[in-house]
Design a protein around this ligand. Structure first.
Ligand code: ATP
Ligand code: MG
Length: 416
């Protein structure tokens, strides 16, 4: 992509009304546009990061037989009245409105009831089980507070997956498979070493649910971990959980963290309340076992921005960076730079080519603020030696590379 074709602009200063570091950086670097508190739009640059996060999640969910679908944002009240969750006293984050004919509708803050209603039509017999479906959807939540930037939106993207099973054993087995898939997701997102599967408060079926919590100063949760980070427990269930696993709670230390994922087993509780049954081999009606699995896609983007940034700006991991390379040509050498740009792109390398009529310093500052993993500089001086200059955003290290080897070296570095 040529920078002159990208409408985004970087800003010197963050908007005065934005308190969260993630949003300040993402706005300054041109990834998001603030519409109002807790509501953000994603620019052509921002959407590339969101899509990369989604793609990693998608690949891992597909690998465990998840089927992607997409539900509707608009919800009928009667989908939710049966479980009591249309009631604003029970769920206090609903956005509700009316159709022209007067009927009330709501904007989905979750799709649990909605997906069960849909699955009821498709899953009737033991032959239809197990199934696992997921989606990426915008969720709407009328959150009371929204001071954490994109980490707590009133409108945000979630991946939610639901699995249905004939037996508890089958559900338990699949649930463990999802935990492993989630670990792979967070590893690939570059936050695996700071993300923990934790004991959190459960539903009616199990005592505990599991949350994926990432240690991050901007988080809103407190996590208790041991020295080696082998145990992680949420503050809200500390006494219960430490008792259950038989450890002394005084050996655990608090750290601030952000909930990036939450998975839990409904067992048959929800299917019973919604009349979701299947016919077993003997023709008997049995309630279906259900579990659900969420990941906060846009929250993850905020968490990464918080964790991987410095005084110059963002520092994306190459797996989620909007582009791998920021190409800067110095001087009147655009013909050569154009050729290099094309060569890199034909090698599958994603290049943001700063072809603007700006000073090199301005371009360098943008490359750093945007956090593109590799800055590639071509000048008359480097050209005379048949070289280009590579600078890694993460380490600041600069190396000179022969023009013939640039593409191979970059592909190697970003593991393309
Ligand atoms: P929280 O405790 O942070 O309010 P939650 O437990 O209500 O979150 P879930 O219903 O478990 O959230 O949603 C699944 C995932 O969606 C969460 O683990 C989190 O990563 C993400 N998420 C929840 N609320 C928001 C929000 N307002 N903005 C962005 N992401 C969110
Ligand atoms: Mg949760």
């Amino acid at each position: 992509m040529r920078r002159t074709n990208l409408f985004i602009k970087t800003l010197k200063n963050a908007p005065a009304d934005e308190q969260a570091k993630n949003a300040q950086l993402l706005i300054r670097a041109g990834y998001v546009y603030k519409v109002m508190a807790g509501v953000y739009a994603y620019t052509p640059l921002g959407i590339r990061v969101v899509e990369k996060i989604k793609q990693i999640v998608r690949e891992e969910m597909n690998a465990i037989n998840g089927c992607e679908l997409i539900m509707s944002a608009l919800q009928r009240p009667d989908t939710w009245t049966g479980t009591g969750r249309w009631d604003d006293d029970v769920v206090d984050v609903w956005f509700k409105t009316h159709l022209k004919d007067g009927h009330e509708v709501g904007l989905a803050w979750s799709h649990e009831e909605a997906i069960i209603e849909m699955l009821k039509q498709h899953v009737n017999s033991y032959k239809d089980l197990p199934q696992s479906v997921y989606q990426f959807q915008t969720k709407f939540r009328n959150e009371l507070r929204s001071k954490s930037g994109v980490m707590r939106g009133r409108e945000f993207v979630m991946k939610d997956m639901y699995s249905v099973h004939a037996t508890q054993e089958d559900m338990d087995k699949y649930y463990d498979t999802v935990i492993e898939a989630y670990k792979r997701v967070f590893d690939r997102l570059g936050i695996g070493n700071k993300t923990f599967v934790t004991f959190a408060s459960g539903g009616a079926f199990t005592k505990f649910s599991h949350e994926f919590q990432t240690i991050c100063e901007a988080g809103e949760d407190t996590l208790y971990t041991d020295e080696e980070n082998t145990v992680a427990v949420n503050e809200e269930v500390l006494d219960d959980a430490t008792q259950e696993i038989g450890i002394d709670k005084s050996t655990l230390k608090p750290v601030v963290s952000a909930e990036v994922g939450n998975i839990f087993k409904f067992g048959t509780e929800k299917s019973e309340s919604m009349g979701f049954t299947y016919t077993d081999k003997d023709g008997m009606q049995k309630p279906i076992f259900l579990a659900s699995y969420g990941i906060g896609v846009t929250r993850v983007m905020g968490v990464i921005a918080e964790m991987m940034s410095d005084e110059k700006g963002l520092v994306w991991h190459s797996n989620v960076a909007p582009y791998h390379v920021y190409l800067v040509a110095i001087g009147d050498i655009s013909e050569h730079a154009d050729m290099l740009y094309k060569e890199l792109e034909s090698n599958g390398i994603e290049v943001l080519y700063d072809d603007r009529d700006e000073r090199p310093g301005t371009k360098f500052a943008d490359a750093e603020l945007m956090g593109i993993p590799i800055r590639l500089v071509l000048s008359q001086r480097t050209l005379d030696e048949n070289n280009a200059e590579i600078t890694y955003r993460q380490t600041g290290e600069t190396t000179t590379v022969n023009l013939e080897e640039v593409a191979t070296q970059i592909k190697d570095k970003i593991q393309l």
